[in-house]
Design a protein around this ligand. Structure first.
Ligand code: SAH
Length: 222
């Protein structure tokens, strides 16, 4: 049980049962990383939605979180998390904090999370919620296109908004051996989930992993 904005949020047997069903559904859809599935099985996703929408929290769907933004679909969170191959103590940069759900999944995988959000209201609301839940990732208000040069380099970088192309500044902040996961494509249409691995010699290897649909990654408009 936690208190957020004066409201008590609890995680009861019914929520836990719905979550088990969601995890089974994700497995059926091809997610096989046990640690990712365990994280999704543990985190009360209904805390991230308005309390009147509990019914929707454990459906495999994206959902509005206000400010024209969405919490990503659980399958998408699982898919990106799997591609990221997080190891405990990895420094992970997330672009697009949004609800904070993906950030918490990364923390449950053992990452040290640094996450950037450009919508101020979301940044502050999410900070408060995650604190109430007992999680303390480093949350930043700013433009994710720039990354976080003063905390770079990162072992992993995950972008959770649609990027028209791969931002050069993010690539510069990726360690040798590091992995970037980013949906690339037209922000009004469909994006291709893309991974970029920086090889030990510094060269970059790019791979594509199917189509997804994200809200746009917005540049320099605060
Ligand atoms: N990871 C989030 C998904 C949020 S949707 C979750 O788990 O809920 C994508 C988020 O990216 C939105 O909140 C949007 O405001 C944010 N965003 C878009 N462009 C951005 C930018 N340039 N820098 C930082 N955040 C950005």
């Amino acid at each position: 049980m936690i208190r957020f904005k004066g409201i008590l949020l609890d995680d009861n047997y019914r929520h836990q049962g719905l979550r088990k069903r969601l995890v089974a559904e994700l497995e059926q859809k091809g997610i096989c990383d046990r640690k990712v599935l365990a994280a999704i099985g543990k985190i009360p996703r209904h805390f991230f939605l308005d309390s009147s929408f509990v019914e929707f929290a454990y459906q495999d769907k994206a959902f509005p979180i206000g400010e024209e933004q969405t919490i990503s679909q659980p399958y998408t969170v699982a898919f990106q998390s799997e591609l990221l191959q997080v190891q405990p103590l990895h420094k992970v940069l997330e672009v697009g904090t949004g609800s904070g759900y993906q950030a918490i999944v990364l923390m449950e995988l053992g990452a040290k999370v640094f996450s950037i959000e450009r919508v101020k209201i979301l940044h502050y609301r999410t900070k408060e919620l995650l604190q109430a839940m007992g999680y303390n990732p480093r949350l930043f208000y700013g433009d994710g296109y720039k990354g976080l040069p003063s905390f770079a380099p990162f072992d992993r970088i995950i972008v959770t908004a649609a990027a028209p192309s791969i931002p050069e500044m993010l690539l510069q902040q990726l360690k040798p051996g590091g992995i970037l996961v980013i949906p690339v494509g037209d922000s009004n249409g469909i994006q291709v989930m893309t991974t970029v691995v920086r090889q030990p010699d510094g060269s970059l290897e790019e791979k594509q992993h199917g189509k997804f649909r994200f809200v746009p990654m917005v540049e320099n408009k605060k």
